[in-house]
Design a protein around this ligand. Structure first.
Ligand SMILES: [Cu+2]
Length: 287
């Protein structure tokens, strides 16, 4: 009892200390083997789909293993000295064709809505432009007048500040929570890939092209990502650090970055379209 209480106190202390040091949620963990805790609806669906596939794989593997064991035990030379000589069985062949097809149809049935959710960009409240460079990320909120560059945080500073080296940057990008952000991804030089696992996004950054993705972060926190396309010698040194904050904190940050909320707010709601009357007969050209 006493030892249990002590253990709980130590454990609580360790966790609260870790929380104070990092307050990060979207980060890899030592010995972690599962996907990161989802921070968006898309990532939650990805995790669910991954879990579904895992169970399907487990069921298939167990079934095949059971068949192998059955054959080994039941049809070895001692147990079955005179084997039958037939080579075809219509029923079994139909089953082993139909069942895999049904499994694949089931997987497709679950995966298409997810692809649709990822690829169809919803009505966005904010546009973020991400540009890959060798080897850093440039971020821009074109409607807010914010442009910034994020470089790898050097090891000494990261250690001193208790932040994860190779994931932390010298200029974290802020995004507001509960806001649909359209992300435009491109590159200035070679192909990079902008990836934030907890958001469920991974989009190639290709020079001369603009790829599109989106996210809507559901909770505040610090989220890390990395370039996920082998881009060159410093590929491992171009991390992504995103802080999801409240709208008020985000607005204050935008102003501090020299941007303007007002310009975005006056521009954001599209003016109601003027009632367009069908062309009147008088307007039609006459000969
Ligand atoms: Cu890269």
């Amino acid at each position: 009892m006493k030892r249990g209480a002590l253990f709980a106190a130590v454990l609580g202390g360790v966790f609260s200390a870790a929380g104070a040091a990092f307050a990060m949620v979207g980060a890899p963990t030592p010995r972690g083997y599962a996907l990161q805790e989802p921070a968006t609806a898309v990532m939650r669906d990805i995790v669910d789909f991954h879990t579904l596939l895992l169970w399907i794989i487990v069921a298939i593997s167990v079934f095949v293993l059971a068949l192998l064991l059955w054959v080994i035990v039941r049809y070895n030379r001692r147990a079955n000295p005179t084997p039958k000589k037939f080579t075809h069985n219509m029923l079994v062949e139909v089953i082993w064709t139909i069942v895999p097809v049904l499994i694949l149809v089931g997987i497709a049935w679950k995966s298409f809505p997810l692809i649709y959710l990822q690829e169809r960009i919803p009505e966005a409240e904010l546009t973020l432009k991400v540009t890959g460079n060798s080897w850093r990320w440039d971020f821009e909120y074109p409607d807010l007048g914010v442009m910034m560059t994020a470089n790898l945080l050097d090891e000494a500073t990261a250690d001193a500040e208790g932040r994860p080296y190779l994931l932390a940057t010298d200029a974290p990008l802020l995004v507001p929570v509960d806001t649909t952000v359209r992300v435009l991804v491109t590159s200035n030089d070679v192909i990079h890939s902008f990836a934030v696992p907890a958001f469920g996004i991974k989009e190639d950054a290709i020079q001369g092209r603009v790829n599109e993705t989106w996210f809507n972060v559901e909770r505040e926190g610090v989220f890390y990502g990395q370039c996920s396309e082998l881009c060159g010698v410093n590929h491992a040194y171009m991390p992504v650090e995103i802080h999801a904050v409240t709208r008020a904190e985000f607005d204050a940050w935008v102003v501090a970055q020299g941007g303007s909320i007002a310009s975005a707010e006056t521009e954001a709601p599209a003016p109601p379209p003027a009632a367009v009357e069908p062309a009147t007969p008088a307007a039609t050209p006459t000969r």
